[in-house]
Every structure is written in C-alpha cells, then in structure tokens.
Design a binder for this molecule. Structure first.
Ligand SMILES: Nc1ncnc2c1ncn2[C@@H]1O[C@H](COP(=O)(O)OP(=O)(O)OP(=O)(O)O)[C@@H](O)[C@H]1O
Ligand SMILES: [Mg+2]
Length: 381
C-alpha cells in the first residue's frame, strides 16, 4: 500500500472511528474524483482524488509547476474539466457550459494573484459590489463591507482607489471582497504572499473565523510556513499527483501522545510524525479483551477514546485504568517477554495501534537518526 493510501485510510477510519454522528453523513463541499488535466500533449494532473469538508482549512503545498493552480482553477470552475468528476456543493462541473460555470463561480470566494479590482471604484465600493451580487440590502452591505475591510486593517483606506494603495493593501481589498459574502468555499492562491506577518495572520484568522461560523471550506496554496498553524489538513502535490493528505489536528495530537512514551522521548517531530502515520485506529466495544496476560506481544496502544483497565490475572488486582492520551503495551515489546497483565476495554474505546514491526522500525529509525547526527558532528571537527 502506498504512503498516500495508508494516510487516507488512516484519516478516514479515524473520522468514522471517532463516531462523530454528523460526520458519517456529511456530504463534502467538494468531491474531486479521478481528475486528469492536459495542456496540449502534456498531462499536468494525474488521477487526483480529494474531498473537502465544511469548515476545513486545507493547505496545498508542492513544488512550482506541480499543478496546484491548475487544480484550484478546475475546482473553481475557472476552466473546463476534461477527465474525471468534480462536484461542488452538489453540482457536477463536468459538462457545464460557460454560463453555468459563471453562475457557479458567483457563489465562491476567489483570492488569486492579479486581484482584478475595479480601478475606478474605491476599496469600499469594490467590496460592496461583490456583496450586491448576493443581496440588495444596501445598509447591510455597507456595514459588512466596512467591517471586513477593518478586519484586514484597511480602516484608514476605505475611500482610496486601487492606484493609491500599495500591493499588500490591494491584496487585502481582494481578500475582503472574496470573504465579504461569506462564501461556502474559498479558493486562495498564495493569498499572503504580498503581506507582512501581521496582516498575513489577520487574513488567516478571518478564514478560520469563517470556517468556524459559516462552515466555509478553504483551500490555500501557500509556501508560507506561518499558515501551517491554521491548517486542518495538508495536501502535497508533486508532478501533478496528490502524494500525501494528512489531517493535522489528529496527527499533532497523536505526536503529542507519542512524545510522552519513554521509548520515544527526545524524538524529533519528524520521527514522531512518521510513527504516527503507521498507527491504525481500532474501534473496540466495552468488554473486549485487548490482550491476555501471557500473550506474545504484537502491538503498542494509545487510548484515543474510552478507557481500558489493566489487570493482573493472578491476583485479580486492578493495576491501572487508562484514559485518552494514556499508552500501554510497549514494555513487553521492548523486553520480548510475554504480556505481564491483561487489558480490557471498560468504556467503548478507540485505540490507536502500532504493530510490532512498525514499533521496532520507529525505534530503529531514530537510532539511525542519532547515528547520522553523530556522523555529522564528527565530520564537522
Ligand atoms: N495555460 C497553460 N498552458 C500550458 N501549460 C500550462 C498552462 N498553465 C500551466 N501550465 C503547465 O502546467 C503545469 C502545472 O502548472 P500550475 O500552474 O498548475 O503549477 P503550480 O503548482 O501552481 O506552480 P507554482 O507554484 O509555480 O504556481 C506546469 O508545468 C505549467 O507549465
Ligand atoms: Mg500556481
């Protein structure tokens, strides 16, 4: 199984495993399936699959020329789809004519480079115009336009025309214009490129706020590391293929748990992330025996949800009750001895499981890392 598939399945199972009642029925805001794209004889997108859910902030990274903008413009109905299927808010894009695509685009928020502001209109008028496409409540539109321009730090520049604004300020007007109508989907190509750190984070905060309050899904193409903190998922394009798709929140939490396991203390975040990628969620109802005392050790476990009781079968003594974040099972893996206690699920649990081989590979990986580091230091002398 490829790395991508492992990740995707891991994420998917975890979502279901967590038993969030709405998630199982959640229809993605965007569903991309089997999308290929050719420019002339050159294929620039290969069989891309991607689901975007409401409220997700998805960061798209990848080298120059890997197909990020092409994918974004296809999702945004800015170019016509050649192969595969893209469904945006229940509309299939394949086969739409230009008029239908224009109609669909009106409901989306675009932040692309070359912001296409109207030069004859002020910042405020540019944003108001975008709102007027959706509503003719003048007073509400005026208020929303002011509010969002202030949120991107342009309170002093409402009445300036684009020619009187700096590049970064024009970019912020474009952001305000895209977000003002509170679109369900925002497609942004390097939206913070022309911005300093402070305004960059203002823009990201606005996107986060929209995600939380309106369920807006956002795809952000960026090389900006500051944006990493805001992302729920990171997808990586290489040579027109989606090579990884990681749910950041879940991975971060798993890494945090892993960093507390004595066997992994002092591991680099990169090493922990790689171990986390190999962990599979397992859904176990209350009463299930995870392993028996005396068993040969096969797995290492982290309690993700529910609780697990560790019991000595000889004495009947309860040794521990493990809650989310706690881990168990590593001692027998490290010593090679049989299990010295029995583990039983007491409240319906989701356990993240790392197989013996992956556990050992994890230990080995960092040993190699340390050896390598030693070599680096040695060669420096
Ligand atoms: N209109 C076009 N005609 C022909 N080839 C194109 C066209 N647009 C893009 N390409 C090619 O398609 C490939 C993907 O381009 P795309 O713009 O999607 O890359 P990108 O990942 O957005 O890169 P960057 O990070 O530099 O913006 C590149 O090889 C590019 O040269
Ligand atoms: Mg691009």
């Amino acid at each position: 199984m490829s790395r991508t598939e492992t990740n995707r399945l891991g994420t998917l199972t975890l979502r279901v495993g967590l038993k969030l009642p709405t998630e199982a029925f959640l229809v993605p805001v965007v569903k991309v399936q089997g999308v290929c794209h050719d420019f002339g004889a050159t294929r620039v997108l290969h069989d891309v699959d991607l689901d975007l859910f409401a409220g997700d902030i998805v960061l798209m990274t990848g080298p120059s020329g890997s197909g990020k903008t092409t994918l974004l413009t296809l999702i945004g109905a800015l170019r016509s789809l050649q192969t595969g299927s893209i469904v945006v808010r229940n509309r299939e894009l394949r086969g739409l004519d230009e008029a239908e695509r224009v109609e669909l685009r009106r409901g989306l928020g675009f932040i692309f480079q070359g912001h296409n502001l109207f030069e004859s209109l002020t910042a405020l008028q540019n944003v108001r115009l975008a709102l007027e496409l959706h509503s003719n409540n003048r007073q509400a539109n005026e208020q929303r336009a002011r509010e969002i321009l202030e949120a991107v730090g342009l309170r002093e520049h409402l009445d300036k025309k684009p020619e009187a604004l700096s590049g970064g300020q024009r970019q912020r007007v474009a952001v305000a214009r895209a977000l003002a109508p509170r679109p369900p989907l925002v497609l942004a190509d390097e939206p913070t490129a022309a911005l300093d750190a402070k305004t960059g984070s203002q823009v990201i905060n606005l996107l986060k706020q929209l995600g939380k309050e309106q369920g807006t899904a956002t795809v952000l193409v960026t090389h900006d590391n500051r944006v990493l903190q805001a992302a729920d998922r990171i997808i990586n394009m290489v040579d027109g293929r989606l090579v990884s798709d990681v749910a950041v929140g879940e991975s971060l939490e798993i890494c945090e748990f892993l960093s507390k396991v004595p066997a992994f203390v002092g591991y680099t975040p990169g090493a922990l992330a790689e171990i986390a990628e190999h962990m599979q969620p397992r859904n176990l109802p209350s009463g299930t025996t995870v392993f028996h005392q005396g068993d040969v050790a096969q797995d290492f476990f982290i309690v993700w949800q529910g609780s697990v009781l560790i019991r000595n079968d000889d004495t009947g003594e309860e040794l521990a009750r493990l809650e989310p974040g706690a881990f168990f099972g590593e001692v027998a893996l490290l010593s090679g001895q049989p299990r010295n206690a029995t583990a039983v699920v007491v409240d319906d649990a989701v356990l993240l499981t790392l197989g013996k081989e992956d556990f050992e590979a994890g230990l080995q990986r960092e040993k190699n890392f340390r050896d390598q580091l030693r070599e680096v230091f040695y060669n420096r002398q």
